[in-house]
Every structure is written in C-alpha cells, then in structure tokens.
Design a protein around this ligand. Structure first.
Ligand SMILES: Nc1ncnc2c1ncn2[C@@H]1O[C@H](COP(=O)(O)OP(=O)(O)OP(=O)(O)O)[C@@H](O)[C@H]1O
Length: 574
C-alpha cells in the first residue's frame, strides 16, 4: 500500500477484540470441515473396507459436527457484522472529528465530492477489509496450514506433494492479478468518474435545463456509462480466467495425489484409510484459499481508499484553540487592526491593511463590488481562517485567545444561501438551542413572521423541510434562518443579504423580522443592495480588499464619489 500503509489509520488496537473473535470462529469452521472429512473417511472405511454395518458412532459424530458447523457459520456472520460495525464506528469517529477540527476551510482545500467519497466509500472499503479480508487471510494461513499438518501425520510424502499446489495457488493468483491489475483498477476509476458526473448533473439539473444543455450532458453521461461497461466486462473476463486458473491448480493437485496414492494402496505402500483421508481432506486444504481469492477484490477498494483517508487525517489544522483561553468579554464591539490576509490557495491578498471599528449594538453595512473582500471579513471574524498579520478584537479580547466554540457562540449568521438540514422545522430551529421549548420556538417564529406559515402546514413544526429545505421558498427559508438566529440569541450578528429580489410581501416580512433580530446586537450586513441599508449606523466601502470610504449613509451620499458610483451601478442594474 506504498507510502500510506493501513497501519497509519491506527485502527487495529481499537477493533482487536472483535477481530480476534471473528478469526477464532472462522478457524472453528475450518476445524469442523477437517473433522467432517476425517469422519467421512472413517465411515467409508468402516462400510467398504472393514465391511462393518454399525457406523452409528461416526454417523452421530458427523451429524453433530455438521450442526456445530452451521452454528459457527451463524456466529461467524454475527462476528463479521460486529467487526464491520466496530471498524465503521471507529473510522467515522476519527474522520468526523478531523472534519470538524479542519472546519469550514476544508471545502476550499478539498472538493466536497472527495470528502464524501472518503467518509462513505472509504469507510465501507475498510469495513470489508477488516471484517472479511483479514479473517480470510489469517484463515488461509492457519486453515490450509492446519490441514497440511494433519496430512503430514497421515502420509508425509503426499502431504508435501499437495503442499506444492497449495503454495502455488496464492502465488500464481497474485502473479496473475499483478499482471492484470491495471485493467481491474480501471473499474474504480470508471465508477468514480461516472458517480461524480451523475451527482454533479443531479445537483445542477435546474441549471442544465435552463441553459438547454441537458442533452449534451446526457451524451457525456452515456460515454461514461459505456466506459464503465467496457472496463467491467474486462474485469469479468480477467476474474473468470483467474477462477479457472486457481481451479486448475486445485484439482490438478488433488487428482495427482489421489492417483499416486491409489497406486500406492495397490502396492501396499499406504493403507486404504490413508487414501480415503486424502480423498476427503485434500479439498479442505484449498477451501480457505478459495475464500481468500473471493475476498481479494476487497484489497483493491481498500488500496484505493487508504491514501486519501490517511492524507485527510493528516491534513494541517489551520485554526487551533488557544492553549490558554480567556473568558469571554462582557461587551461586544468589533475591531479589525491592520489585518492582512491571503487565502491559502491564492497569491492575491484578499484583505490589505484593514482597520475599522464597529461599536457595540451598532449596525454596519459592508459594501463593495463583487470580490472586494466583504465575505472574507466575516470568515476571519468567525476564525474560519487566521489573519496573516494584524489582530481582530471582540470587546478587548483578540479572538485567537478565545476557545473556538466560545467564539462561535457569540456569532449568529443568516446567509443568503440558507442551509436547512433534512429534518423537521422544529429540528432545524433547535440547532440553535437544542433544549428550546415549544413555546420558545413559537416565540421566535412569530418574531421572524413565519409562525403563521408554519401553523398552516399539515404537521406544523413537525413538518419535514426536505433536503436542503427544498420544499420551502427562498423567503420562507430565510425567515426560518432568522428565527433560528433569534433562538441562538448571540450578541453579534452577520447578515448576508439576499441578492435576488423577493416579492414585496416576503420582502416586507423579512425586513420586519430583521429589524427585530438586529436590535441590541452588533451587526454586520454584507449588503448587495444599497437601497436596503439606508437605516444602518455606518457603511464601510471596500475596493480590492481595502477600506476606501466610511461614514453614515447620508454622509456617504453627500461626499463619496465611490459610493455614488456604486449607487449609479445599482440603479443601472435595477
Ligand atoms: N476560497 C477562496 N480561495 C481563494 N481566493 C478567494 C476565496 N474566496 C474569495 N477569494 C478571493 O478573495 C477576494 C475577496 O473575496 P470575497 O468573497 O471576500 O469578496 P466579496 O466582496 O464577498 O464578494 P461577493 O460580493 O461576490 O460575495 C476575491 O479576490 C476572491 O477572488
């Protein structure tokens, strides 16, 4: 597995117990097969060689072993499930902990699809690796080895002959697979390419339809399907040939040993019982290898999953909790002092020597053309990234000296792209305050002018909002987000104003609810329309990451040429 070994995941110690039981049960099953074969040989010898008709004892033993084997098979299934669960749980815990440590900046460093693949497909691949492949490989060593040892005791020359074939089985299998590997690994690449394109098309279906390019997209999807079909067929071909090859080794080995031993019985070199034991037991030497061969494909998926997973777990955390956190301030003015910042994946500074102060309870609008740095200011205030130089204060405390959870408890965000989770309206509201009573929910929903709408829904607050809030309008989603922010009741508020024009009724309701929300809070509004921010205390105008103008709306309207240009740009686009 090259640079990224599976050991790097440090999973073994956590699931050792489950794995041990799993391997033990698998060995018990192999032992049952061995005993069963010896008993069969004994019964046949009694009946046909010693001409005895009373075979009740070995027969009862045989039935008991068969029942025991079924029991172990059932236990093995449970043990395998438990190992799978333990692996899944441990890995998900590791990955999700890391995901939250890495914070929102992770989406800038890795594509969402890649993160999803690591967390879902990667975990599944490793789950099978531990629950099926590891027991199979250990079972192959101990099971096949055990059978050969028993056969050595019965007749060592034939046991050695058979072991040549037993060893040849995995060796030839691996050589064949190594030779054919490029073909096989193509399936995963093709599957990934198809899956990602499909997901992308599904998410962008409205845009595709609107631009009339869904036909083009369908054509490309068909090409990817064709490629997937082609490499899948190649894989089936390779796999079938592989099974044929290993079966040839198995049956050649067994046939050779039986033919030679039959001859040796006729010349009195070995007993007929020994021949019978070989007849029934030789097959058992290959059974654990058959299982290993079937499970081998698991290693392809695991090989593919491990490097990105280890890389993800080893990614640097850009923003850390302070070693000596301070208690939170009592007042919440905000100050940016000589802040410089460039995004990790960019060479152009997003903010340049930025200095400004927002008084407690003041509402300040950040304005400027697209790309001027407004969102970056709010990203830095929430410490999604740390400043390159300079300081950001809330009250008299540098935000780097606050625990991240504490800092986030101070800030509510109502963004234009509102994310509602798949769940009920009540669940979405309670994200802000998990123990909020129903009365509190009604209270904030009323203040956000959304209570009437929720009450009219078939299940009221228990109505599902659909994936990402799909069955609500933009305005309704925004008012739910405002209610959520009211419930959080934090002293600082970031409002990312909706860019699109809402209908007058929604616009009025939202404006009223926003007025309620901003009262008594230090508020930053990322303003996209100057017409909606005429009531704010201060407007900060940005250009290329620099603060270029600052003042009340009336001051700026009187003196600022830049503000006047923005106003005229807006009136042209209206
Ligand atoms: N994730 C990112 N990686 C690299 N550069 C970025 C990233 N996000 C923003 N930038 C750059 O930082 C600068 C400021 O962007 P920012 O998003 O803060 O502007 P904005 O004023 O909020 O724009 P808009 O009004 O379009 O949202 C821009 O030059 C932008 O290209």
């Amino acid at each position: 597995m090259g640079k990224y070994n599976i050991q790097a995941l440090h999973l073994q110690t956590k699931i050792r117990g489950q794995l041990f039981v799993n391997i033990l049960v698998n060995l018990a099953i192999t032992a049952c097969y061995i005993i069963q074969s010896i008993l069969l040989a004994w019964i046949v010898a009694q009946l046909f060689i010693q001409k005895k008709t009373d075979i009740s004892i070995p027969l009862i033993m045989l039935i008991a072993v068969v029942i025991l084997r079924s029991f172990f098979l059932w236990i093995a299934e449970i043990a395998s499930q438990k190992t799978a669960q333990a692996t899944k749980q441990e890995l998900r815990k590791k990955l999700l902990t890391r995901l939250f440590e890495l914070g929102p900046s992770i989406t800038l460093r890795k594509e969402t699809g890649d993160i999803q693949t690591i967390i879902i497909n990667g975990v599944e691949a490793l789950e099978s690796y531990y629950s099926r492949y590891i027991p199979a490989i250990i079972g192959a060593f101990l099971g096949s080895g055990g059978v050969l040892i028993i056969l050595v005791v019965v007749d060592w020359p034939s046991a050695i002959l058979l072991s040549i074939f037993v060893i040849a089985f995995p060796v030839i299998d691996r050589l064949w697979m190594r030779w054919q590997m490029p073909e096989i690994s193509g399936v995963f690449a093709a599957m990934g390419a198809f899956g990602n394109y499909m997901l992308d098309s599904l998410q962008g279906i409205i845009i595709l339809k609107a631009f009339g390019v869904s036909g083009q997209r369908r054509k490309r999807l068909a090409e990817r399907t064709e490629n997937l079909k082609h490499v899948s067929m190649e894989t089936i071909k390779v796999t079938l040939m592989r099974t044929g090859l290993t079966s040839l080794i198995t049956f050649s080995g067994i046939a050779l040993v039986i033919v030679i031993n039959s001859y040796r019985v006729t010349i009195g070199d070995i007993t007929p019982l020994a021949l019978l034991i070989f007849l029934f037991l030789a097959r058992e030497a290959f059974r654990p290898l058959d299982r290993l061969e079937k499970e081998f494909s698991i290693t392809w998926a695991a090989n593919g999953a491990i490097p990105p997973m280890v890389e993800f777990l080893n990614m640097d955390i850009l923003v850390n909790n302070p070693t000596q956190p301070v208690t939170l301030p009592q007042h919440y003015p905000i100050e940016f002092k000589h802040v410089n910042f460039t995004y990790p994946n960019s060479n152009e500074p997003a903010l340049n020597e930025l200095c400004f102060t927002i008084k407690e309870h003041e509402t300040v609008a950040l304005v400027g053309v697209s790309g001027s740095g407004k969102t970056t200011i709010t990203n830095l205030l929430q410490r999604f990234f740390d400043v390159d130089n300079g300081e950001i204060f809330i009250g008299d405390i540098d935000i780097r000296n606050m625990l991240l959870d504490d800092l986030h408890s101070l800030i509510s965000v109502v963004s234009q792209d509102i994310f509602l989770f798949h769940g009920t309206i009540a669940e979405n509201l309670r994200l802000a305050k998990p123990d909020a009573s129903e009365q509190e929910l009604h209270h904030v929903a009323t203040a956000a002018r959304i209570d009437g709408f929720i009450e009219k829904l078939p299940q009221g607050y228990e109505t599902m909002v659909g994936e990402r809030g799909a069955n609500l309008s933009g305005g309704q989603r925004q008012r739910i987000a405002i209610a959520r922010a009211l419930l959080k009741n934090s002293p600082i508020l970031i409002l990312d104003e909706a860019t699109s024009n809402l209908d007058p009724e929604n616009e009025k309701a939202i404006q009223e609810s926003l007025n309620t929300l901003t009262q008594g809070r230090t508020t930053l509004i990322i303003a996209h329309r100057l017409s909606t921010i005429q009531h704010v205390n201060q407007i900060l105008v940005f250009e290329n990451g620099k603060l270029v103008e600052q003042g009340s709306p009336s001051e700026l309207a009187q003196y600022s040429a830049i503000y006047a240009r923005l106003l005229s740009l807006e009136s042209q686009t209206l």
